[in-house]
Design a protein around this ligand. Structure first.
Ligand SMILES: [Zn+2]
Length: 410
């Protein structure tokens, strides 16, 4: 006689994936990591495995947060809150049907999609996972990158044709010898008693998960995206209710973009392309205009700055000026002979500086700038004829620049 501890939980979901409510006897009950854990003689809760997450639901109206598999095939129901139960007590369980439906749609959809990739491209499925929003399979799909989109479309078409056929999904429990006679899609399994899921005239796969009874239940199978990963092709997909949610989200995104552009939804990509081209042209034009403006500004600064000791020291502080523009101005100014440029722009928090000099001079503006930046509590650097930097002690800026200019003339 086995002890109560080693009795394997009878899997009610094994033969009936639509069973939502059930009664069962408590076999064991204990506390683990602060949560009450209950073991039953039978259960409709899927404990998780094979890429499919566990079910949730209630036991005597207490939330079942998680499921796991204990030793000897015992299924552990992890409860939210304490509910001491005596061994032998009868409890009523109910699975969260909405979650189960979503899981069986993704799982059955996976069987169909995997077979489609196998039939069309000889690609095996090496991995499968259902996540919160998306499911994914890892395929040994060997298709050139530029043919991937077409391959995905073909697999999607075949998979959905099988859905629209509304074919029967049948379960068979077989021995390894019997399994060997079946046209099974290659997958790993190592139990004595094998459950095989048959999708009529399409796919035979050994699997212990929960599935639809007919392919129509799966609803739309939509490939969301794909990527190359570890020499495999990883395909993300959504089925059934998830496909509906994903369509709704995609439609809303496309519609809101189109509305901003005042075009119909399907004209949005072309409208965005036009907008980007316009943006590019405007950017080019703006740069040309800035250059013209800088030229004029440089001219004016030169004309209004007197010579001191054979130098024209152009020293100016701007408020919150674009730094690239400032550098452009400095470059422009030093195209004239005998010019030293000490320019700065400031905000309340930060001062930025650019120092430069004409090529006919030898003064080292890099050393000069470095000293000013240190005084401003910052850093800077460059070459003897062009340097940039900044600091945060903005209040020191004016005096520091005046002193830098003075240092040039002594
Ligand atoms: Zn399965």
């Amino acid at each position: 006689m086995p002890t109560t501890d080693s009795i394997m939980t009878t899997k009610l979901y094994w033969h009936d994936s639509r069973l939502r409510q059930f009664s069962a006897q408590v076999v064991d009950c204990f506390v683990q990591d602060g949560h009450r854990v209950v073991v039953l003689d039978q259960s409709a809760f899927y404990p998780g495995g094979g890429g499919q997450p566990h079910d949730t639901g209630t036991l005597n109206e207490v939330r079942v947060l998680a499921m796991s598999l204990g030793e000897d095939g015992r299924m552990l129901h992890h409860l939210d809150g304490d509910m001491p139960l005596k061994v032998g007590a009868v409890v009523s369980g109910e699975i969260d049907w909405s979650r189960r439906l979503e899981m069986l749609q993704q799982h059955t959809g996976q069987h169909i999609l995997s077979q489609a990739f196998w039939q069309l491209f000889g690609a095996e499925t090496r991995g499968f996972r259902i996540f919160d929003q998306m499911a994914e399979i890892d395929l040994t799909l060997d298709v050139p990158p530029d043919e991937l989109t077409a391959a995905m479309t073909r697999a999607e078409e075949l998979a959905n044709a099988v859905v629209f056929d509304d074919r029967a999904v049948r379960l068979h429990t077989v021995t390894p010898a019997e399994a060997a006679q079946l046209p099974l899609r290659k997958e790993n399994f190592n139990t004595d008693c094998i459950r095989v899921v048959e999708i009529a005239d399409f796919d035979w796969s050994p699997c212990g998960g929960t599935h639809a009874q007919r392919t129509g239940e799966v609803g739309l199978i939509a490939i969301h995206s794909w990527e190359r990963a570890k020499r495999m092709t990883r395909v993300q997909f959504v089925c059934g209710r998830r496909a509906l949610r994903d369509y709704r989200a995609a439609n809303q995104t496309a519609t809101s973009v189109a509305r901003r552009l005042s075009v119909g939804r399907d004209e949005a990509p072309e409208a965005v392309a036009r907008l980007l081209e316009e943006h590019r042209q405007l950017g080019r034009r703006a740069r040309a205009l800035v250059e013209l403006a800088i030229k004029a500004e440089a001219q004016e600064l030169l004309e209004t700055t007197p010579m001191t000791h054979k130098l024209r020291i152009i020293q100016h502080i701007f408020d919150d000026r674009d730094f690239d523009e400032l550098k452009l101005l400095a470059h422009r100014l030093v195209t004239y002979d005998g010019v030293v440029v000490l320019l700065a722009t400031r905000t309340r928090e930060m001062a930025r500086l650019v120092f430069a000099r004409s090529t006919d001079l030898t003064v080292d503006v890099n050393t000069l700038l470095h000293a000013v930046c240190v005084r401003l509590g910052g850093r800077g650097g460059g070459k003897p004829d062009f340097a940039q930097g900044g600091g945060t002690r903005v209040a020191e800026l004016e005096r520091a620049l005046v002193e830098a200019a003075t240092a040039l003339t002594v």
